[in-house]
Design a protein around this ligand. Sequence first.
Ligand code: S3P
Length: 188
Amino acid sequence: MSSGIADRPIALIGFMGCGKSAVGRRLARKLGYAFLDTDHMVEAAAGMSIADLFAQQGEETFREMEAQALAEALASGRCVISTGGGITTIDSNRKLLLDRAAVVLLECEPEEILRRVKPLEKRPMLAGHPDPLERIRQLLAEREPFYRDYHFSVDTTASWPGRTADRIVTWYKNYRMQQQASAGGCSG
Ligand code: S3P
């Protein structure tokens, strides 16, 4: 683990339906940090929903706006950032996250993801596919290499968002304490 990550914003990454927004909101509340969501930032900048943005301007425009939102969020001081599930498929986003955030990966089993992401019309990466569970499995397999860079990970399949947030708080506070102890040890 790199040094100094406990002073950075916490960024939640992972596939759709793994709980990034629900966990992120609770995590921010527990830590007294601001909460930012790159999907909401893109929707605000575009003046339309993600589904409409994909339909009207295409995925490439969405990805450009998402990268811009990520850069802005990472420059916002202490905060919790919920990211879109495809954000780490872009190399420069992955690098930025690892360099500037404490990166927490949320994972979940495909069957539970499908249960959580309905209605599918709001999910441009899944909508219109005849077998959504198969599509989720296919995307998870394709994206597996893009979810390998993180500092801490939690499986949310059988966990409520509040419980997942508690686990992240415990990890984060322990990490901070270790960091402070080693900084004190060096100066003393
Ligand atoms: C996407 C995930 C979505 C949203 C967009 C694309 C993806 O975010 O950014 O629909 O490529 O996996 P959530 O993971 O918050 O649903």
